[in-house]
Write a protein that binds this ligand. Structure first.
Ligand code: SF4
Length: 316
């Protein structure tokens, strides 16, 4: 399928059926931690990049396949709300199934009333808030001209006022950048304005194309938990565990995931072990077959961790 992938095991959303409605990479921001590489050209105007009926047909097929799905998650190769048919798709998906719908977004377009209205029917919206000051926002998220910090915060606050679903704000915690006490106090101050239901601390566990994006030390994560929990319940998932259990075609699923983000080899092996328990030789054969397909390559990071990316990836 072109737009729908998974279901894949997600840290926060269980078995999550991903729906990608954007050509890669279409974004209003150029975050230093982005797994999709640098934003070559900002996209700031909403468009129906693909016919919405085509996307809905894929969602329908996935739902009717009987796969175990906990959430249907709209998550783009860029900023999800740039897709102009998003409100229609959320509405039509809800008519199809009782499975809850989530939208992962950087939140930059919540300043537009049209976008706020389109997201009202989602069961959960997960916008980003990585900085509590304009300076840090510019340093981390590097937005397109016109998408300044105040516009971002005002959009989040305005959305919260009208949105009755679950507002789960994501804070990407980066070592030495926004994990200091001062930076976290600033973020907490802004979160008090936004009033999320929960705050999700997320970590840059996958390789970024930029230097200087590091995993925080345990002390940094603990500090974030402590400071941000003064505002809302904090969820800080352990490193993700990938599952391929409900996958019909392993190679296609792994390919669909690597198109959106690198996959840690350790996680991949763990998922394959679950699929063919007590058969390490079969796991090795599967790994060899996947690498032999020419669709993937591996990257070894400075910390020794190996990641799988698309063969066409320009890193490494
Ligand atoms: S908002 Fe998401 S897709 Fe856009 S640059 Fe940041 S991390 Fe990448």
């Amino acid at each position: 399928m072109k737009h729908v992938f998974g279901p894949v095991s997600s840290k926060r959303l269980g078995q999550s059926l991903g729906v990608d409605v954007l050509p890669s990479k279409s974004c209003t921001w150029n975050c230093i931690y982005c797994q999709l590489g640098r934003t070559k050209e900002y996209v700031t105007r909403r468009r129906e990049f693909f016919p919405k009926e085509e996307v809905l047909a894929e969602i329908r097929a996935a739902v009717e396949s009987g796969a175990a799905i906990d959430w249907i998650t709209f998550v783009g190769s860029g900023e999800t709300t740039l897709y102009k048919g998003l409100g229609w798709l959320i509405r039509e998906t809800r008519k199809l199934t009782a499975i809850p719908v989530a939208v992962i977004t950087n939140g930059s377009l919540l300043s537009e009333e049209e976008v706020r209205n389109e997201l009202l029917e989602a069961d959960a919206v997960l916008p980003s808030l990585n900085a509590g000051s304009p300076e840090l926002f510019e340093r981390i998220d590097r937005p397109a001209p016109g998408f300044d910090y105040r516009r971002h915060i005002d959009g989040l606050v305005a959305f919260r006022k009208v949105y009755g679903g679950k507002l789960w704000v994501e804070v990407m915690l980066i070592r030495g950048v926004n994990d200091t006490a001062d930076a976290l106090q600033d973020i907490a101050g802004v979160l008090r304005e936004v009033k999320p239901d929960t705050v999700h601390i997320v970590l840059p566990t996958r390789p970024s194309t930029e230097p200087g994006v590091g995993l925080p030390e345990e002390a940094g994560v603990a500090r974030a938990r402590l400071i941000l929990s003064g505002v809302a319940k904090v969820v800080c998932p352990a490193k993700g565990s990938m599952s391929l259990k409900n996958t019909q075609d392993v190679i296609e699923t792994v390919s669909a995931i690597t198109m959106r983000h690198p996959v840690q080899e350790r996680e991949l092996r763990h998922a394959l072990d679950e699929l063919v328990p007590d058969d390490p030789d079969q796991v090795e054969r599967m790994i060899e077959a996947m690498l032999g397909s020419g669709r993937f390559k591996t990257l070894r990071l400075a910390d020794g961790e190996i990641y799988w990316v698309q063969a066409s990836d320009t890193r490494g």
